[in-house]
Design a protein. Structure first.
Ligand code: ADP
Ligand code: MG
Length: 310
């Protein structure tokens, strides 16, 4: 075997609080290191939904009660989440390598991901972030800032941001150099900090790039063999959760497209994974993608389980 793989870690690889995360990353690190032991070379990306949500909420609430606590822009919150998630992951992965007497450098890169300021997603922000507000509070804040608010499932008003598609990774040259110097790299955390280019400068924007799409882009730019999306399920299903549920071992691009049109993949969970897998597989003939669970990653890469997209 021996693939060059980009791994997208889902929420279950990290847990929901810093304490939970410190425990969860131990198990995650074990799985990742075992993939390297099986002869693969890995580059790791991950989500940050609960983590960036927590930081953003804390900063908003802090500022509300004490204005010596500054307003923290959303891209900065994303950078903070990349930092502490990366810290936990790199610490745990390095430790896991040490257990088997392997001295592998592990590093986290604060990653900026370029998006198009004309991306249609900016016209219709869909991702709720931060605290809940009353209608009046939301209207007041939205007048003072250019924030957009939407009612969130009867629970109150929340700020919504766009979810644009990744175009490029600003730090890609550094990623390549570090990879060539045999580092295990953690990058594109939370889908990366979204930036737009203005007069040759990168400016952070309040948006959330789906980590599955960013990892697909990273796999493409790093010229990986396989994009591995690790989540809570061992395989992808059609008729998911229904009586006639069927777990799939393989999908072609055409089958993916048909199943998407038939509505088999939930938006916001499985749909972006299948779409990300498709975009990577389509980018060059020999490229493949795999969707499976953290626990099954090794077996799946050996062709024994998981859903392969070819
Ligand atoms: P992550 O944090 O890994 O991105 P998500 O919760 O966003 O995880 O997406 C994975 C979830 O998608 C699975 O745990 C499963 O409940 C759900 N899901 C929706 N549609 C399907 C499907 N067709 N096949 C398998 N899982 C599906
Ligand atoms: Mg998800």
């Amino acid at each position: 075997m021996g693939y060059k793989i980009v791994i997208a870690l889902g929420g279950n690889a990290l847990g929901n609080s810093p304490e939970e995360q410190k425990i969860a990353v131990k198990k995650t690190a074990k799985s990742l290191v075992s993939l390297v032991e099986s002869g693969n070379k890995i580059i790791v990306g991950h989500g940050n939904g609960p983590q960036v949500g927590m930081i953003n909420l804390a900063m908003e609430k802090g500022h509300k009660v004490d204005d010596s606590i500054p307003k923290m822009p959303f891209p900065e919150c994303g950078a903070m989440s990349q930092g502490y998630i990366g810290y936990h992951l790199q610490n745990a992965i390095r430790h896991e390598f040490k257990q088997i007497n392997r001295d592998v450098p592990v590093v986290t890169i604060i990653t900026q991901v370029l998006v198009d300021k004309n991306d249609r997603a900016f016209e219709n922000p869909t991702k709720p972030i931060g605290a809940f507000y009353t209608k009046e509070e939301a209207e007041k804040i939205s007048k003072e800032s250019n924030y957009e608010f939407k009612e969130d499932a009867g629970r109150g008003y929340r700020r919504v941001v766009a979810s644009p598609k990744p175009i490029d990774i600003v730090e890609k040259e550094s990623l390549k150099d570090l990879y060539d110097a045999r580092n295990v790299i953690i990058a594109c955390g939370g889908g990366g900090i979204p930036v737009v280019e203005e007069n040759g400068e990168y400016i952070g924007v309040a948006a959330v790039i789906d980590k599955d799409f960013s990892c697909a882009k990273m796999a493409e730019l790093m010229d990986a063999d396989v994009l591995v999306i690790l989540t809570a399920v061992e395989k992808v299903a059609i008729n998911f959760g229904k009586e006639n549920e069927k777990w799939l071992s393989e999908m072609t691009i055409d089958e993916c497209q048909t199943y998407i049109e038939e509505g088999h993949f939930a938006p916001g969970s499985m749909l972006p994974k299948v779409e990300a897998a498709m975009s990577f597989v389509k980018s060059k003939p020999e490229r493949k993608a795999l969707i499976t669970s953290l626990e099954s990653a090794d077996e799946a890469l050996a062709g024994k389980t998981g859903t392969w997209i070819k």
